[in-house]
Ligand binder design. Structure first.
Ligand code: SOE
Length: 380
């Protein structure tokens, strides 16, 4: 694994816990973790259970005891690491968004295809049992024809003007702000549940245009008292409208300025026969409405998706005993292990990463041109 902070913790925890719940033909072995700061990476290796550590990711590429490379580093490093890993025949899991640009994402995809390695991108939220169950309901036609998806991904961790200009706020490191960081998850959810995007039009805003330089590497709750200021060149908030290929309409909002919302990843989908609603902050629940329920008792019902019938849920606890954020990663990695043993790349893979990146690029273009952009026009 390259990197060991927030996502490093989520990923390594998932690899460690996976064999406890799921029987897979291949099992993860935490062989090496990489970080530039030797003291930090040594401590991380010990805490997270890696056998060894390296201070240069290129060492992982050279090592023949490494079969899979997991990339949890800032976005501007994904392409170089992934391409080198693919060329060395290593399977890859990469954090989202795939790259800074569509061009880089395409180069990454070409490399994994050419070298025939297994690849996935870490859109973990679609692995909540409630989401997999929602997909099943939609596939079975239980919601009928889909008319609407409205999705919000609301956070508030950078509202304080003293929050420093960390890497997630620098275009050259991160690509875009709320758009690539969190709207990318809603876009993945929409492609998974509703279908492909045809055209988009968006708006983006940066409310706080300069911030103090970071005086530590900082997490999501950092503060800086530095008087040296840096320009913020990514969006604090983005909103966009979508026309889906199947005729459905989408309304999306992603912001880091929605006070009180720590990780409010939510959506509602309405179809001719029913509707569903989901909110990450109560992720085991799927609210479902069926239009053919008897009149007088119609309305949204709350299904707690912890039963055997709910994908992945049966591997954990008896019905009614809920799971959490970390289990979305375990479920995703279970698919990855299956992919490695069967030599295929389960969705979401790098192809999904490119589709997602095309949509992000189309939204940015629509903001520049103040119009609608057809997503396929972005395709390289
Ligand atoms: C920060 O906005 C962040 O950690 C994202 O980078 C993750 O993808 C999201 O799942 C939670 O918030």
């Amino acid at each position: 694994m390259v990197g060991y902070k927030f996502m490093g913790k989520a990923h390594s925890h998932a690899y460690r816990d996976l064999p406890f719940y799921f029987d897979c033909d291949v099992e993860p072995v935490l062989q090496a973790v990489v970080g530039r700061d030797e003291e930090g990476v040594r401590a991380a290796a010990e805490k997270m259970g890696f056998a060894t550590y390296e201070t240069d990711w290129k060492r992982l590429i050279e090592r023949d005891d490494i079969d899979l490379i997991d990339i949890v580093t800032p976005n501007n490093t994904h392409a170089e690491i992934a391409i080198a890993a693919a060329e060395a025949g290593k399977h890859i899991l990469c954090e989202k968004p795939l790259a800074l640009t569509l061009e880089d994402a395409q180069r990454m995809y070409n490399a994994v295809k050419k070298n025939n390695v297994v690849h996935m991108i870490c859109h973990n939220y679609r692995f909540a049992p409630a989401i997999q169950f929602a997909k099943k309901l939609i596939q079975e036609g239980r919601l009928g024809k889909i008319y609407h998806m409205r999705a919000q991904y609301l956070q508030d961790w950078i509202m304080d003007p003293k929050f420093p200009s960390v890497w997630r706020l620098k275009k050259e490191v991160t690509g875009s702000g709320a758009l690539g960081d969190i709207a990318a998850h809603s876009i993945d959810m929409a492609r998974f549940l509703v279908g492909e995007f045809e055209e988009v039009t968006g708006m983006m805003e940066t409310f706080i245009k300069e911030r103090p330089v970071a005086d530590s590497s900082g997490g999501l709750s950092a503060k800086s008292d530095s008087t040296i200021m840096e320009e913020v060149d990514v969006d604090d908030a983005s909103a966009f409208l979508v026309r889906f290929e199947n005729g459905a309409m989408g309304v999306f909002e992603a912001t880091r300025f929605a006070g009180g919302n720590r990780n409010g990843n939510r959506f509602e989908i309405n179809g001719s026969k029913g509707s569903i609603r989901w909110d990450m902050e109560s992720m085991n629940n799927l609210e479902v409405y069926f239009a053919d329920d008897e009149s007088g008792i119609q309305g949204f019902r709350n299904i707690t998706c912890t039963e055997e019938q709910h994908p992945f849920a049966g591997a954990y606890w008896p019905a009614g005993h809920i799971i959490g954020y970390e289990h979305t990663f375990i479920n995703l990695m279970t698919e990855l292990m299956k992919g490695v043993s069967e030599r295929n790349s389960p969705s979401p893979n790098f192809e999904d990463g490119i589709r997602n990146q095309e949509i992000l690029a189309a939204i940015e273009k629509s903001v520049e041109t103040r119009g609608w952009v057809n997503v396929k026009q972005m395709r390289l």
